[in-house]
Design a binder for this molecule. Structure first.
Ligand SMILES: Nc1ncnc2c1ncn2[C@@H]1O[C@H](COP(=O)(O)OP(=O)(O)OP(=O)(O)O)[C@@H](O)[C@H]1O
Ligand SMILES: [Mg+2]
Length: 281
């Protein structure tokens, strides 16, 4: 394994830097010509290897890693297309869009599954903070994306074409990946916390449609709701820890009430567990 990344060779000419907004966490993200620059951070080494693997596997739905520039930033290809900005556009609630995201995530999971969960992919994983309930998801089997928000999917011709923002990649199960997909694309959260485009979505029926599109097997479907509930409990502790230890956008999200939203989601999942489970199994 090469640990020293290649140096990116700048294209000749003057290329202005345009800030890329829309995310919560990464500061200093800019577009330069047909590239994106991300300040090197704790997840860089893992993300470079993930993107390298996807590229050599011929997976078209992710940026390519091109090297590190003279300002110590990871250089990735800029992907043309449509990405949701805030407030989210109406189409975030369209079933066909969501179904296309589920299919893209399936192809990502299959492409990355060949890599397994090598030792280096587990090295950077922090331990759980005190009080955090242990995960019931079981051992990770693939390097899941786990951050499939509308801001992290590039669409072309109304269909999901690529995933971006691999900062939260870690060894996980397909069930954990799907819990994240359902949170964002089938509104598995209480109505008062949903963005407008998802306000009227039937969470159970939409969830079933996305799992069908992904092709999740019966055993995994039977576990989704309990893993979602465990994940919501863990998420409160993990977000609080990230805010305290990493500050920045994590602290901003915590100050804006993400912790209370997670508590409301825990209650909503408990109240709707039976209906959700029945709809998807
Ligand atoms: N390779 C890319 N191609 C096209 N657009 C991109 C690319 N990378 C980032 N963007 C744009 O910049 C925005 C922010 O990027 P990104 O999601 O990587 O940042 P972030 O702050 O880490 O987000 P998050 O809060 O979701 O972690 C994206 O929503 C997208 O609009
Ligand atoms: Mg993002």
């Amino acid at each position: 394994m090469i640990d020293e990344p290649i140096r990116y060779v700048e294209q000749p000419g003057v290329h202005p830097e345009t800030p890329l907004l829309g995310g919560d966490v990464t500061e200093g993200l800019v577009r330069v010509g047909d590239t994106v620059r991300r300040p090197v951070g704790g997840s860089s080494a893992l993300v470079r290897r993930v993107l390298g693997h996807l590229e050599s596997a011929g997976f078209a739905g992710a940026p390519h890693f091109l090297g590190v520039d003279g300002s110590n930033r990871d250089v990735l290809t800029y992907l043309e297309g449509e990405v949701a900005d805030r407030p989210w556009p109406e189409w975030v609630g369209d079933e066909a869009r969501g179904v296309s995201v589920a299919r893209l995530v399936r192809s990502y999971d299959d492409a990355i599954a060949d890599l397994g969960t090598p030792d280096w992919s587990r090295a950077a994983r922090p331990t759980d903070p005190p009080g955090c309930p242990p995960s019931i998801a079981g051992p990770g089997v693939l390097l899941a994306h786990l951050d499939i928000t509308p801001e992290n999917v590039v669409f072309r011709d109304g269909r999901a074409a690529a995933l971006i923002d691999f900062d939260l990649v870690r060894p996980a199960t397909r069930v954990e990946e799907l819990v994240n997909l359902l949170l964002w694309w089938s509104a598995w959260m209480p109505p008062e916390d949903r963005a407008a485009p998802l306000a009227e979505v039937d969470a159970a029926a939409r969830g079933a449609a996305l799992l069908d599109a992904y092709g999740l097997d019966a055993d995994d479907r039977a576990r989704i709701v309990e893993v979602a509930r465990n994940g919501a409990e863990r998420s409160w502790h993990l977000m609080r820890r990230n805010a305290a230890e990493w500050g920045g956008g994590w602290q901003r999200m915590w100050d804006e009430g993400v912790g209370d939203r997670i508590l409301r989601r825990q209650t909503w999942l408990a109240d709707n567990a039976r209906a959700l489970h029945d709809a998807i199994t």
